[in-house]
Design a protein. Structure first.
Length: 425
């Protein structure tokens, strides 16, 4: 017995299918797609009127386990993921202990399998303890399940070390994800450096902290003919640098987060600490540039940078609060509402940026497309259904969202992972 999705309007990155089809999932795979498949004794989902997408993939999440289970666990994070339509997530290594050895990787994979909601792929640290001093054993980490490496939360400031990491990553065919923010230039800034920071008297983090790192990493990628993936791009200038690098054939890919294409630094005027994030919310001009870069493919994919923090940790002055906001449960709604509905991107492009491109970038070859033989990871949405973000509605352990009260389009109706229903509205 399998799972049979009836009357599906399939949306892949290349097109929206014009006629409804049935999709049969057996043993975790999409076994058949046809105009009509006999019900037999399969479990049935009627997808009439809904859009059926390849399961969303978030290659930038923070799960906080091990170490800060009061903020999020693999279980609560997985629950938030599937509620948001994600079937695969990649978790960043800034845990305690850091994901810098096989034991931590194996623990996360084991726990994610026990929870059994979505695929969880741990990202290994580039440097031991994320201390920017000594490289981790990337080969060992790859063997235990890491597809990508990052010191996210901070840059690898030591350029020689970063070069070496890129060389090893090229040899091992794994991805390096760089958090681009020179801490010497950021110098304790808590929001974007600009008119708003001056007006409200908060210490600014200048855009050059990001762009000098973007430029350095592009140069190293060119020199080594190696791949680099740039995390959470927030600036117009970063997009220009990436666009130019791509035009030169340099192997750079990049991601952006919904908060960077929805909110400007004006949001910090509320002193709401859920608007404090790294990199910071930027100017209107930057927001518009990020949207254009997502549309033209300069930015390859959309990620959440889901960064849960407790109420206690966030309920302090703006200067003292930790950086970050939660994103797994609002990412799809924000993207549909802010990019798809206004016509900045169409639905297939959204599927590319939120599923196919992330799968391609990290090498998940059987994901990101609804196709016979591929993994049965599927997200079914009601595109036009409106809902309001509420604090009580979040299943994430932390509630630090600046989007509470916002009306969003598109409701996740079902999330299916490996042919199993893991969420239903
Ligand atoms: O705002 C952020 N929060 N940015 C990061 O890079 C790290 C993250 C976290 O771990 O809280
Ligand atoms: Zn992050």
């Amino acid at each position: 017995m399998g799972l049979l999705i009836k009357h599906a309007i399939i949306v892949n990155a290349d097109k929206i299918w014009d006629k409804p089809h049935d999709i049969l999932c057996i043993d975790g795979k999409i076994s058949q797609i046809a105009s009509s498949i006999a019900s037999a004794n399969h479990e049935i989902i009627d997808a009439t009127g809904k859009k059926v997408l390849p399961g969303l993939i978030d290659i930038h999440t923070h799960l906080r386990q091990p170490g800060r289970e009061d903020k999020e666990t693999i279980e609560t994070g997985s629950r938030a993921a599937v509620k948001g339509g994600f079937t695969s997530i990649m978790c960043m290594p800034n845990t305690n202990p850091v994901i810098d050895n096989a034991m931590v990787v194996e623990f996360i994979i084991r726990e994610a399998n026990r929870v059994g909601l979505c695929n969880v792929y741990p990202i290994g640290a580039i440097t031991k303890g994320q201390q920017d001093g000594e490289l981790t054993d990337m080969a060992e980490l790859k063997a235990s399940g890491c597809l990508a490496f990052s010191d996210d939360g901070k840059s690898v400031l030591n350029s020689r070390l970063f070069r070496l990491a890129m060389e090893y990553a090229k040899m091992l065919d794994v991805l390096i994800i760089e958090h681009c923010q020179d801490p010497l230039l950021s110098a304790g800034g808590v929001m974007n450096e600009g008119v708003v920071s001056t007006k409200i008297g908060l210490k600014g983090d200048p855009g050059i902290a990001e762009t000098v790192t973007v430029a350095r990493d592009i140069e190293i990628a060119l020199y080594l003919d190696a791949r680099v993936h740039l995390a959470h791009m927030s600036l117009k200038r970063s997009c220009e640098l990436i666009r130019f690098a791509k035009s030169q054939g340099i192997k750079v890919t990049a991601e952006a987060c919904p908060h960077h294409f929805v909110l400007t630094d004006e949001a910090c005027s509320s002193f709401d600490t859920s608007t404090k994030v790294n990199p910071p919310l930027r100017s209107r001009e930057d927001v518009e540039a990020i949207k254009a870069a997502i549309a033209d493919g300069t930015i390859d994919c959309i990620v959440t940078d889901h960064a849960p923090h407790t109420k206690e940790d966030k309920e302090v002055g703006f200067d003292g609060a930790p950086f970050g906001l939660i994103g797994l449960e609002t990412s799809l709604g924000l993207t549909i509402t802010e990019l798809v509905k206004p016509g900045i991107i169409d639905l297939p492009t959204m599927v590319d940026r939120m599923s196919s491109a992330p799968a391609r970038i990290v090498g998940l070859v059987h994901k990101g497309i609804i196709k016979e033989g591929h993994d049965a990871d599927i997200t079914i949405i009601d595109l036009d259904k409106e809902w309001t973000v509420t604090l009580e509605g979040f299943v994430s352990k932390s509630k630090n969202s600046p989007f509470i009260g916002r009306k969003l389009y598109s409701q996740v109706e079902y999330t299916i992972c490996g042919g199993k229903i893991v969420y239903r509205a």
